[in-house]
Design a protein around this ligand. Structure first.
Ligand SMILES: Nc1ncnc2c1ncn2[C@@H]1O[C@H](COP(=O)(O)OP(=O)(O)OP(=O)(O)O)[C@@H](O)[C@H]1O
Ligand SMILES: [Mg+2]
Length: 331
């Protein structure tokens, strides 16, 4: 599809109400707010952060979100749902779903919702949540953050989705947003949204030749790469002047839906677990203990981020299991 930016700008210029652009990432969601006639702003959450963890945890009946929900995950991982996007519009035997419990040690009890044909999760052995319901809870939180930031209700959303999402996954996102009480104007591929953003200030090459760029988007769950070609054309604007039109076309795209930051976290957590297991008796495996594994995963995530600016760091997880600490280092 060829996107013509000047047309898009004209359409957005006529938007009468505010629109939220929601990047519903596997690990973090981010929101841009477009108010009529104003440059867009990034919505900040209750902790003044521009990204919020995609998770809902339960404290009894109470639903908890964002960083607070992450704190619950390391204490009670069975009631913390942080991998919601992977359950949407798919089946229990899809490798990206079965891998969560089989290879990534998430303590979820999954079932198949036969009516909708999608994955559902057993909560506390007493309630079953559809994947869409859990996503709707997170969307409800996103809506709250957005409305607080905008100082008024923002009903219309544009949501970005991975380029590899099939129709049932896209529909599940729309259903979840509608359960949360927002109207989905459209879904747009994440990289196309980035290409659009790059094109807004694009001035073109001096010789007017087309220019190709590569968009490399590695998130927490997946890697998506696109080759985009930008061209500029000068046309009369109807008022004896000329204006420049920017067009772009996504020439090709490729992805790996299994390669992202969470895989780095998992590799590190496995290393920590192997080291800690040598302290355990009877061939016990700390990976099978949900709370310990959640702590190791959190420690791995933190270690990885610190390692992007440091050569080597000590890693300590106090009281990991059986009153023993994990002590190691990573480089
Ligand atoms: N300094 C850093 N060094 C290494 N990894 C980092 C750093 N900061 C963040 N990350 C990782 O980046 C990932 C989050 O990126 P992002 O917010 O783009 O993901 P996402 O949009 O939620 O995921 P996806 O697009 O795959 O659904 C996480 O895995 C996080 O640990
Ligand atoms: Mg992302």
């Amino acid at each position: 599809m060829r996107w013509i930016l000047v047309l898009l700008a004209a359409i957005l210029g006529t938007v009468a109400a505010s629109v939220a652009g929601v990047d519903f990432g596997g690990e973090f969601f981010k929101i841009a707010l477009v108010k009529p006639g104003r440059p867009f702003e990034i919505v900040t959450n209750v902790h003044s952060k521009r990204k919020t963890e995609t998770i809902v945890s339960f404290n009894g009946e109470e639903r908890v979100y964002g960083a607070d929900a992450m704190n619950i995950e390391v204490r009670r991982p069975q009631v913390a749902y942080s991998q919601i996007r992977r359950f949407l519009g798919t089946s229990m035997d899809h490798p990206m779903v079965s891998s969560l419990t089989e290879n990534e040690y998430f303590p979820y009890t999954l079932t198949q919702n036969l009516t909708r044909g999608s994955v559902a999760l057993k909560h506390n052995n007493e309630h079953v949540f559809l994947a869409e319901e859990l996503a709707a809870m997170v969307f409800g939180h996103a809506r709250q953050i957005t409305n607080d930031f905008a100082e008024g209700p923002v009903k219309d959303w544009v949501i970005t989705v991975p380029m590899y999402f099939a129709e049932p996954q896209r529909q599940a996102i729309i259903d979840a947003a509608e359960i949360a009480g927002v109207r989905v104007l459209s879904l747009i591929d994440e990289n196309t949204a980035a290409a659009l953003h790059h094109g807004v200030d694009y001035v073109g090459l001096e010789n007017g030749a087309p220019e190709r760029i590569m968009l490399f988007n590695m998130g927490s769950t997946s890697l998506q790469v696109s080759i985009v070609e930008y061209t500029t054309r000068v046309v009369p604007d109807g008022f004896k002047k000329n204006k420049t039109i920017v067009e772009f076309e996504v020439l090709s795209k490729a992805w790996d839906e299994t390669l992202g930051g969470a895989q780095f976290d998992l590799r590190l957590a496995e290393k920590f677990a192997n080291e800690f297991n040598t302290k355990l008796k009877n061939g016990q495996d700390v990976r099978k203990i949900p709370r310990a594994m959640a702590k190791l995963r959190a420690a791995a995530r933190k270690t990885k981020i610190v390692l992007s600016a440091n050569e080597e760091i000590p890693v300590v997880v106090p009281s990991l299991h059986a009153d023993m600490d994990y002590k190691g280092h990573a480089s």
